[in-house]
Design a protein around this ligand. Sequence first.
Ligand code: SF4
Ligand code: F3S
Ligand code: FES
Length: 248
Amino acid sequence: MSELIARERRQLELRVLRYNPQDPDATPAFQSYFLEEADAMTLFIALNEIREQQDPSLQFDFVCRAGICGSCGMLINGKPGLACRTLTADLPARINLAPLPGFELIADLSVNTGKWMRAMSERLETWLHAASDDPDIDSLEPVMEPELAQEIYELERCIECGCCIAACGTLQMREDFAGAVGLNKLARLRLDPRDTRSDADFYELVGDENGVFGCMSLLGCEDSCPKDLPLGTQIAWLRRRMVASTLD
Ligand code: SF4
Ligand code: F3S
Ligand code: FES
């Protein structure tokens, strides 16, 4: 048979969990959309095609389309992932999509990760507390070994997509748990010699069951992180460091 005969394209069924909490008459329900699969089609492309050609009321979030902004996280066949980095070819023809759990639902697949991240960041003070913040101190940054700078840089690749939060069983039970995203940020800051805080200061922030001692090493966070961050290793390191600080 001629190789020029076009391969038959799959018909996809996207089953989207739809619900708008602002609508008092709405109830959560799956709605199916059917479309033909295209070459190199991502869920981003598929959802946009549905919104443009079938249902302009469908709500979901995208900004960068390149795995950078972190806004397109959703449950894809039950597993958190980025829609813009997920090829439909890697999925069965019937695809279930739902919003990430653990965040305030805006509508359909759109959740307010920004509100959660901001509250976590303020609670855990996830910014560098550097001596140079003080205008009266004229100090140079300490010299950093290239290997350490690289390690810190790697951990800073988090895009705050929320996939690790949605994948964490602890967070579904304890809503103030810092989650892998929060604990990874604190581990990165604890590594950073420019941060002037002590182990005791960090213990104040994460030395409890909402911090390092709440993590049950379930590792759903690491399995779901689209940036492949070593979250389990970082949490274990921070926990050991916090325990050691109590023994000093
Ligand atoms: Fe997303 Fe990974 Fe950051 Fe969690 S740690 S918010 S999964 S990039
Ligand atoms: Fe949750 Fe990850 Fe710990 S999934 S329990 S934060 S190892
Ligand atoms: Fe930015 Fe997917 S649209 S990460």
